[in-house]
Design a binder for this molecule. Structure first.
Ligand code: ACO
Ligand code: LMR
Length: 607
C-alpha cells in the first residue's frame, strides 16, 4: 500500500507519547490527524491529545473488532502491544478487510509466531512492518508509528514534512534516523523511509520495500542499509538480475568490523550475527557491488555516494528539485519547553510551609526524618508549620494545653451535637466532622480571634476595663470571650482555672489575662455566667505569649490575630473530640436522629 496524506491508523495500546508524535507530524505536514482510534483492552472512552495547540479527542475502544467496525477507513494498525499481546492483536488485524498494513513494534515475539503472521499476511495480501521496528515515515504524508524520525526537531531538520525523491529502507531504526539526516543533506530528501526491524524473520524484507518503491513514480533513487547475518540482501541481487528492481540503488551492510572477532558475534538485533561466510558484511557488500549496486568503500563514504548519484540524476533531468516550502511550527510541549528553559510562567500558588520536591518531604526546611528523630511534640510542629518560628517552651506548652483542654466538652455542645446528628443520618466521618466544625463561630469556640482583637486593642490603648464594657454595651456587642451557657462564678470552668494557673507559673507576663479578668469582674457582677470563658482565656494568654516571646514584631502580631490562628487552634483541637463522637455513634450503630416534637414550640399562624 501507499501511505498518503489521507492514510489513517488505529493505534493498539494507549501510549500517549508515540500517539502525540504521530499527531505532531500530521500537524507539521498540514494533514488531518492520522490516529483516528485507539484500542486498549479494558478501557473505553476517549484519549485527549494535542493537534497543534488545540486538543482533540480520540475514541478508545476495548476491542480491535469494535474499533475496525467503527473506523473502516483506517488502513494501518500501529501495534504497540507488548511482545505477549502483539501476536494475537496482529492476527486479529489480519482477519479484517479494512486494515492493510500492520506495524509491529514489540521486540521478542517468538519466531514461530512471526512466521505464522508472515504466512497469513501473504494469504490476506497485507503488509507487515516489524516486529522490532520503529516504523517509518512517508515524508509529508504519514508517520508509520510514533518514534520513527526521532523528535520533531529531527523530523524538521531531515525535511520529512515534505516528500523528496529517495526511497530508504533499513534494518535498524536508529540508522534509518541517521540516514534521514544524511539524505536531507545530500539530496532533495526522502519520499519514504522504513525500518524493517532487526529480527531474523522480518514481516517485510528490505526487498519487499524496494519493490514497493519501484512502483512509486516519485521515488527516483533507492538507499538501503542491510545488516550482517541472514541472506535477505541476496534476494535483492536476484531481483536486480531479474530486472524487478531497476532504480539506482545505493547500499551498505554495516558490521564489517565483525571479522576482527575470532568467534561469531551477535550485534544488537536478533538477526545480526554472522553465520556462514556469505552472511558476513564483507561478503554481502562484495556481492552487492558485483551485481552493479552502488556500494561505498565504508559507511563514512555512503553520504558521498548518495550525493554523487543524486547529482547525476539531477543532471540527467530525472530529478527536478522543487521549491522548498517553509515548515509549519509545531508547538512545544509545555513541560519540555519549561525543562529546556524556553518558556517561563508565573506560578499560581506560593507555598512557604513545606515541600515535597526533595526525595524526602520537609516541614519548612526540616526533613521529616529529622522531625521524627528529634521527637518534635505537637506544639513544636505547630511552631514549625504555623508560626514558622522557634517558640519558647512555655508558648509551646500553652498551645499543647489548649489543644488538650478544648478537645471535647461532651455530646451536648454545638459541634459534637451537629456531628452526632450527621453521623446518625448515615454520613461518613469526614462529612460528619465538617458538619461539627461548621458550628465553630462567634458564639461557640470561634470567639477566640475576636477576643484577641478586642483585648489587644483595649490594652494597647490603655482603655479602662469599665470603659470597655460600657462601650461594648452601648454598641450592643457581646464581648467575645465573656459568658458561658452553664459555667459561672459559682460553677467555674476548670479549663480556665488550669490555663490561668499554668500562665501564672510559666509566662513571663500576663498583662492581657489580667485585663480580661478585670473585665470579668465587671460583667460577672451583672450576671454570674458572664465569666471569662475558655475562648476568652485562650485569647488573652495567646496575646501574652505572642508579646512576651519576643519572636514577633507588632506587625506580625497584628497579622497573626487578623488571619485567625486561634480559631484554627480550636478547630484542630475540637476535631479530636468530634471524630471521637462520630466513631462512638457508628460503633453504637445509632439510627437516624429525629428531634422530639415535644421539644419544639410550634408557633404556626392561626388558620
Ligand atoms: N458580653 C456582654 N454581655 C453578654 C455577653 C457578653 N459576652 N454574653 C451575654 N451577655 C448578656 C446579654 O446581653 C444578655 O443581657 P440582657 O439580659 O441584659 O439582655 C444576657 O447576658 C444573657 O445573654 P444570652 O445571650 O442569653 O446569654 P447566654 O448564656 O445564652 O450566652 C454565650 C452564652 C452565647 C456564650 C454568650 O455569653 C456569648 O455570646 N458570649 C460571647 C461569645 C463567646 O465568648 N463564645 C464562646 C463561649 S465558650 C465556647 O464556646 C468554647
Ligand atoms: C465547649 O467547650 O464546647 C463549651 O465551653 C461550650 C458549651 O456550650 O458548653
Amino acid at each position: 500500500m501507499n501511505f498518503t496524506k489521507q492514510t489513517t491508523a488505529i493505534f493498539y495500546n494507549l501510549k500517549p507519547l508515540p500517539i502525540q508524535q504521530m499527531l505532531d507530524f500530521d500537524f507539521l505536514c498540514e494533514r488531518p490527524p492520522s490516529v483516528i482510534a485507539i484500542v486498549h483492552p479494558g478501557k473505553k472512552g476517549v484519549h485527549k491529545a494535542f493537534f497543534g495547540q488545540k486538543e482533540v479527542l480520540i475514541p478508545v475502544y476495548d476491542s480491535l473488532q469494535e474499533a475496525t467496525q467503527k473506523h473502516q477507513t483506517a488502513e494501518v494498525l500501529i501495534n504497540f502491544a507488548s511482545h505477549r499481546s502483539a501476536y494475537p492483536a496482529a492476527k486479529e488485524a489480519m482477519e479484517t478487510t479494512s486494515l492493510k498494513t500492520i506495524v509491529i513494534v514489540a521486540e521478542g515475539i517468538p519466531e514461530r509466531q512471526t512466521k505464522e503472521l508472515i504466512a497469513l499476511a501473504k494469504q490476506q495480501h497485507k503488509l507487515i512492518i516489524g516486529p522490532s521496528t520503529v516504523g517509518g515515515i512517508a515524508a509529508g504524508s504519514f508517520r508509520i508509528a510514533g518514534y520513527a524520525g526521532g523528535k520533531i526537531e529531527n523530523v524538521i531538520r531531515a525535511k520529512l514534512y515534505r516528500p523528496g525523491s529517495v526511497g530508504l529502507v533499513s534494518k535498524s531504526g536508529g540508522m534509518m534516523n541517521e540516514l534521514f539526516n544524511i539524505i536531507a543533506r545530500t539530496t532533495d530528501g526522502v519520499k519514504e523511509g522504513v525500518a524493517v526491524g532487526g529480527d531474523l524473520f522480518p514481516g517485510s524484507t528490505l526487498l519487499d520495500h524496494l519493490l514497493r518503491f519501484e512502483k512509486d513514480e516519485k521515488i527516483k533513487l533507492l538507499v538501503a542499509l542491510g545488516e550482517l547475518g541472514g541472506k535477505q540482501e541476496y534476494d535483492i541481487i536476484k531481483a536486480r538480475q531479474e530486472g524487478r528492481s531497476t532504480k539506482p540503488l545505493i547500499m551498505w551492510i554495516p558490521g564489517t568490523c565483525a571479522e576482527i572477532f575470532p568467534w561469531e558475534v551477535q550485534f544488537g538485533h536478533a538477526g545480526a550475527k554472522t553465520g556462514s561466510d556469505e552472511e558476513s558484511a564483507k561478503a554481502k557488500n562484495q556481492a552487492l557491488k558485483e551485481a552493479g549496486i552502488i556500494v561505498p568503500e565504508s559507511f563514512e563514504r555512503l553520504e558521498e555516494k548518495i550525493k554523487e548519484t543524486f547529482e547525476e540524476l539531477k543532471k540527467e533531468g530525472k530529478i527536478i528539485v522543487e521549491e522548498e516550502p517553509m515548515p509549519k511550527e509545531v508547538p512545544l510541549d509545555y513541560a519540555e519547553a519549561l525543562k529546556e528553559g524556553k518558556v517561563r510562567k508565573a506560578t499560581n500558588i506560593t507555598s512557604t510551609i513545606s515541600s515535597d520536591l526533595a526525595e524526602e518531604p520537609t516541614y519548612g526546611a526540616i526533613p521529616i526524618s529529622k522531625v521524627i528523630e528529634e521527637n518534635y511534640s505537637l506544639g513544636n510542629l505547630l511552631a514549625l508549620l504555623w508560626f514558622k518560628k522557634k517558640l519558647p517552651n512555655y508558648f509551646i506548652q500553652f498551645l499543647e494545653k489548649c489543644i488538650i483542654l478544648a478537645a471535647d466538652h461532651g455530646p451536648a455542645v454545638s459541634g459534637a451535637h451537629n456531628a452526632i446528628v450527621a453521623a446518625r443520618a448515615g454520613k461518613d466521618v469526614i462529612s460528619s466532622l465538617c458538619s461539627g466544625l461548621l458550628t465553630i463561630g462567634p458564639r461557640f469556640g470561634g470567639a477566640i480571634d475576636d477576643a484577641c482583637r478586642y483585648f489587644k486593642n483595649v490594652v494597647d490603648n490603655n482603655t479602662l476595663p469599665a470603659a470597655f464594657v460600657e462601650d461594648m454595651k452601648q454598641k450592643g456587642i457581646s464581648i467575645p470571650g465573656i459568658g458561658h451557657r452553664i459555667k459561672s462564678i459559682r460553677n467555674p470552668d476548670k479549663r480556665v482555672e488550669l490555663l490561668k494557673e499554668f500562665a501564672r507559673q510559666n509566662f513571663p507576663a500576663t498583662k492581657h489575662l489580667d485585663y480580661a479578668l478585670q473585665v470579668e469582674k465587671i460583667t460577672a457582677k451583672k450576671a454570674e455566667n458572664l465569666i471569662l470563658n475558655v475562648d476568652g482565656c485562650m485569647a488573652a494568654l495567646f496575646l501574652d505569649a505572642l508579646k512576651s516571646s519576643q519572636q514577633f514584631n507588632p506587625e506580625e502580631i497584628k497579622e497573626i490575630i487578623e488571619i485567625g490562628y486561634m480559631n484554627g487552634l480550636f478547630a484542630l483541637s475540637r476535631s479530636i473530640g468530634i471524630i471521637g463522637h462520630i466513631l462512638d455513634q457508628k460503633r453504637l450503630k445509632e439510627g437516624l436522629y429525629r428531634h422530639p416534637t415535644e421539644d419544639i414550640l410550634y408557633l404556626n399562624d392561626k388558620e
